[in-house]
Design a protein around this ligand. Structure first.
Ligand SMILES: Cc1cc2nc3c(=O)[nH]c(=O)nc-3n(C[C@H](O)[C@H](O)[C@H](O)COP(=O)(O)O)c2cc1C
Length: 337
């Protein structure tokens, strides 16, 4: 039996499979099922600062309304002492998961203000998180905001957080940076312990009947894993940082490829939401089988053996291969043009 241990964020994990941030960490039962299936740790759903701010605004309005005085009706209003905010609930859930599970719990934070990132980051550390994942899901929506501005904001937040907390930090980024390698390199220089590649952007859709724009959540498809595998190989060859892949990892095959490319861990979400927590155990078993069939003694032995530095043909990951890929297309049988 191959040794499945992997290092990630300063933690020695018993295997490379982690459930990524998702509603599965909202219930202790689901989290326990994931642990039973073999999860080596769990990333919690994100704490969203905008949700906390919206709640505070609502609470302020409610308080102001109460001041107007509505006689008898005001006595029906809930007492402030019973109020549990989004933050309170998140911290309670984190503490509960820590008490209930034997695996590391990685908290996830999506801030909007500098103070939010810093203050909530500290709260998550104090509540006992083993590490922190920064979910930097942000859409630059004004023409004045440059790519450099967006990157610098994240670098500043990271630098300040590293000065304030001692937890290992992973930064979950999208693929939509002009130069992902340069950005990851600068994240590493600013103190990031890991990158999580890549957050998926959820697209809005246009409803052709109501002519309204609606948010559309679609689970990932397996082909999306290729983008992550390619960039894991590129990052592993160039930057000394831990890598988690997320996005399109439904099967053992893609997970094995990501490990060969250089990932420390593989995060699963859509496949667990579709098939349930036990799916993690199936993927894990297939990875173990593949390692044995190919006579690997450990995950560490194979990790990064096909990174851009170690692959026999690094150009296959890079631009040089672009033309040959385009030239490799052949029309399906019976189709002529
Ligand atoms: C219902 C749902 C909720 C999610 N919630 C979060 C979240 O709170 N924070 C986060 O960083 N990612 C969140 N994600 C993104 C996942 O963690 C993951 O990165 C993404 O789904 C890609 O992985 P997959 O292809 O395995 O689904 C969520 C995804 C789904 C489908």
């Amino acid at each position: 039996m191959a040794d499945l241990d992997t290092d990630y964020l300063g933690l020695c994990l018993k295997n490379p499979l982690l459930p990524s941030a998702s509603p599965l960490s909202r219930a202790v039962d689901s989290a326990r099922h994931l642990e039973d299936a073999g999860a080596s740790g769990i990333v919690m759903y994100s704490l969203f600062e905008e949700q906390i701010l919206a709640e505070e605004r609502q609470y302020d309005r409610f308080g102001a309304h109460q001041d107007l005085g509505h006689g008898e009706a005001s006595s029906f209003l809930p007492q402030p002492s019973g109020f549990r905010s989004t933050l309170d609930r998140y911290l309670e859930q984190l503490a509960l998961l820590k008490r209930s599970l034997g695996i590391p719990v990685i908290a996830s934070l999506n801030g909007t203000s500098r103070e939010g990132w810093l203050d909530f980051g500290l709260e998550l550390q104090q509540a006992g998180a083993d590490a922190l994942e920064l979910n930097v899901y942000y859409v630059a929506g004004t023409p004045e905001e440059s790519a450099g501005d967006v990157e610098q904001r994240y670098l500043d937040v990271l630098t300040d957080l590293k000065a304030k907390i001692t937890l290992p930090i992973a930064v979950k980024i999208t693929s939509q940076f002009s130069s992902p390698l340069n950005f990851v390199h600068r994240l590493q220089q600013a103190g990031a312990d890991a990158v999580v590649i890549f957050n998926r952007f959820y697209q809005s859709d246009i409803n052709l009947e109501s002519l309204s724009v609606e948010p559309a959540l679609q689970l990932s498809l397996p082909y999306e894993a290729l983008l992550r595998i390619r960039w894991a190989a590129m990052i592993r060859g160039a930057v000394d940082i831990d890598i988690a892949v997320t996005g399109g990892f439904h099967e053992a095959d893609a997970s094995i490829k990501a490990l060969l490319a250089g990932a420390n861990t593989v995060q699963l979400c859509s496949t667990l939401l579709t098939h349930g927590p036990a799916r993690l155990g199936e993927v894990l078993k297939e990875i173990e089988q593949w390692l044995d069939d190919h006579e690997y003694e450990s995950v560490r032995q194979m990790q990064g053996s096909l990174s851009s530095r170690n692959a026999a043909d690094p150009a296959a990951y890079e631009r040089q291969n672009y033309l040959s890929v385009l030239g490799s297309f052949t029309p399906p049988p019976g189709v002529r043009y």
